[in-house]
Design a binder for this molecule. Structure first.
Ligand code: CP
Length: 317
């Protein structure tokens, strides 16, 4: 059973076909010849956290692939009243063709995958956000190949450098470290030392064969030197609201200002998974820069996630 719980659930050899499919689905969107591999299928979307991009792109994407999205707020189903993940996985597997899950604890998606009998897609956990990283990588590949289809998309990522600023222990930082290693990119992270990648994450990285596959520095200017991409995320992830004041205090030296962005390569690109807090982790002038590609990456959530679902369905046949 093919699940997508972490970046490495697609092997490197599978990526050219996946990226080419995302490109094809993007070009054929709304056309008569658009593929419908989810025809007759219902995919449940169990969300325990707020979402704009992920929810809407999956709902629209499933519909465009011929399927039926079934949105389930965790608190509207018995899971929110204590029914076990294992029972929920087995019951929903009798009704639907796949589960798309946004939750807090990463072990939730692993337990759903282990006990259910349908594919599970990670739509964000506190540990990883793989759908975002694949969509981001596709967005960069489109830029660097000027829209080429096929293997060149993935090849264009190799050797490029991404700098990740701010909370470098968050799910987006973890996911970008895994993704950068998978795509053959270099990654440099910079934030307060108490927010360096966690021991738990380092152990997971080693298990994937990527031990030490990143650089960490407390100097943001060192991190962005020679970078092709400057990336940040909000400093207060969902569930960390009580730490807001202290996080803003210690992370403010890592805000992506115009001066910091200018220290990266002249043709570097700015990315943010959104939502952004302008004036905190990034300044408005950077969000508005012609080299900011934040809305392209948001749009590509739709095309890449459709490709991921299509690939998962194809793997079941
Ligand atoms: N980037 C992202 O996952 O956005 P949402 O939280 O709005 O889904």
């Amino acid at each position: 059973m093919k699940h997508f719980l972490k970046e490495t659930d697609f092997k490197r050899a599978e990526l050219p076909k996946l990226f080419a499919l995302a490109r094809e689905l993007k070009l054929k969107r709304g056309k008569k010849n658009a593929p419908k591999p989810l025809q007759g299928q219902t995919w449940a979307m169990i969300f325990s956290k707020s979402s704009t991009r992920t929810r809407v792109s999956f709902e629209v994407g499933i519909h465009e692939l011929g399927g039926n999205p079934l949105f389930l707020n965790r608190n509207d189903i018995q899971l929110g009243r204590g029914e076990t993940i294992e029972d929920t996985a087995q019951v929903l597997s009798r009704f639907v063709h796949g589960l798309i899950v946004r939750t807090f604890d990463h072990s939730d998606v692993e337990r759903l995958a282990a006990t259910g009998s349908v594919p599970v897609v990670n739509a964000l956990t506190d540990f990883l956000h793989p759908c975002q990283i694949y969509s981001d990588a596709f967005t960069l590949a489109e830029r660097w190949t000027k829209g080429t289809t096929g293997a060149k998309l993935v090849d264009s990522l190799r050797g490029r450098k991404i700098a990740f600023l701010g909370d470098t222990a968050c799910n987006m930082a973890n996911s970008w470290i895994l993704g950068a290693n998978l795509f053959g990119m270099k990654i440099s992270l910079s934030g307060p030392k108490e927010f360096a990648p966690s021991a738990e994450f380092n152990a997971a990285l080693a298990k994937e064969g990527y031990a030490g596959g990143y650089q960490f520095t407390t100097d943001p200017f060192e991190a962005v030197r020679g970078a092709d991409v400057v990336y940040t995320d909000v400093w207060v992830s969902m569930g960390k609201e009580e730490e807001t004041k202290e996080r803003i205090r210690v992370m403010s030296p890592y805000a992506v200002t115009g001066k910091l962005f200018a220290a990266a390569k002249r043709d570097s690109l700015f990315m943010h998974c959104l939502p952004a807090h302008a004036g905190e982790e990034v300044m408005q002038e950077v969000l508005d820069s012609p080299r900011s590609i934040i809305f392209d990456e948001a749009e590509n959530r739709l095309h890449m996630q459709k490709a991921i679902l299509a690939a998962i369905v194809a793997a079941r046949k």
